[in-house]
Design a protein around this ligand. Sequence first.
Ligand code: PEP
Ligand code: MG
Length: 588
Amino acid sequence: MKTKTHKESFFKGIGVSPGIFIGRATLVARRNLRISARRLKSEEAVEKEIDKFLKARDAFVRELEEVIPTSPEMVQKVVDTQITILRDPKLEQDVIRIIREEKRPAEYAINKKLTELAENIERSEWDYLRERASDIREIARDLIQRIQSSEHPQGHKVTLRNRAIIAYDLSVQETLRAIKGSAKAFAFAYGGRTTHAGIIIHNYHLPAVFALGDGFIASVNDGDRIIVDGYSGVVILHPKKATLLRYQNLRDRYQLHEKKLLELKDNPAMTKDQVRITLLANIDVPDELDLVKKFGAQGIGLFRTEYLFENYKLDEAIQTRIYRKVARTVYPGPFVIRLFDLGADKVFGLPMQNPGLGMRGIRVLLKDEELLRTQIRAIIKANVMGNVKLMIPMVSVVEEIEKVKEILKQEYRKLKSNPVYRRVQLPELGIMVETPSAAVMSDMMAEHVQFFSIGTNDLTQYMLAVARGNAELAYMYDHLHPAVIRTIKLISENAHKKNIWVGVCGELASDPLGIPLLVGMHVDELSVAPGTLLSTKHIVNSISFSRASELVEDVLKMSSGQDVRNAVRQFLREFIGDEIPGGIEHEA
Ligand code: PEP
Ligand code: MG
């Protein structure tokens, strides 16, 4: 047991989503499972443990089976392997034998058997097989966690309502579940600003701090009083009265500031010298449409459809219905639907080497062409009013665009020949520019599409060779680095030379320090988390385009992200004073 101390303590991490939370903590996950090796004293206890194992295993298999019908082929293969391992009669016999003969709990037997299996496989000479060892360890963890949480129901049935959720990290689905359960803030040991859990929390406008380290988790107890300062990236446990008062004041100030921003809801986003910027919203799940309406976006600049995968049985009819509903809601504003960006850190982390450079986005879809064609048909069917646009993720070579274009034309022709779909229109085609090759080739890519949307989250990771979720290198993952800024300038110029519009849908588009640079580089559109629509508009409306262009010229001569940051801060001070949201600086 941890000893409870109630001393005020500060933890410094990365502010992932701004805002201040003052309240209680809920601890939801323990990375290092503690496995009990107690001796079972009766036959009845032995039978109970066997029953626990079988029930946990069956529940796990059922869950996996439910995933299969809505998954792409590659994912089905992974899930199938897991089911085969779990259903293996030898595994069942061995676990039951260990429980019976050694008189140990189910979690002990599962751990022993599956660790043994993983270690054997690790000794294999066959690469593919060796890589399966980590799948087996994951299965063991999941099974053990299931058993432990059924013994300690608070493990699963945690209080989420109005709490700050404390975890090592959470998957996208776990994060969404916590948000639906009315969690109000997040503090994770791992993760970075553009991990997908981070983006979702940001979209929902809840305070979050990531990369707080293992020591943080070890210090928190369920129900502890806590402050999460998503502006400065600081978490405070057991705050003293004076700290609480300072934060209450700050929170009140920001709430007032946000209320004032609401007055901008129906105004256009336009610089002081009359340059208009189209301001759109990013959404991950259709539920976020309420926020989009609340904050007055002109449309949707990025719908990350891959998150539909776990929430819906995804046949063509259901996809069509979802896309149509959003298209109608945002009409006459644009609705940019991005094709499933599956793979790497998204939704289904397929076990593979170096996943960020592997099967991801359009590469997955071109391999699973039926999945691609189904989605394209649903997108065309949703384009009855002409405001739907189709966007390809993770493009790295021109041929990928050509192939999608061909499929798009084929499916469109087929649909049009059916009188039921005579009203549908061909969606505009665009690409995410988020790989260095797409950026460098953007002059040529622009000849094949009608728009670009720059994905600064991935562009930053690929330009700087720093994984976006790597907490250890979070200090290097900097979307304001001159390498990234220069690349955006190149893409924007190439788009305009070929007369197509260019937007930005990565997190840089809502970073107060990124907005003046993007405006100064003359991007046409910014697509941001719904919760940051108004603060983004406020900055656009407060600055001058001509001065922002001069700022860009200065920044292009700089060699470090810190210099860029200082220059933009100085610029903003001149236009909006000290209003840039920021928390309280602490010696953490
Ligand atoms: C990006 O890479 O900037 C982007 C918007 O896409 P995602 O964050 O979904 O990878
Ligand atoms: Mg991306």
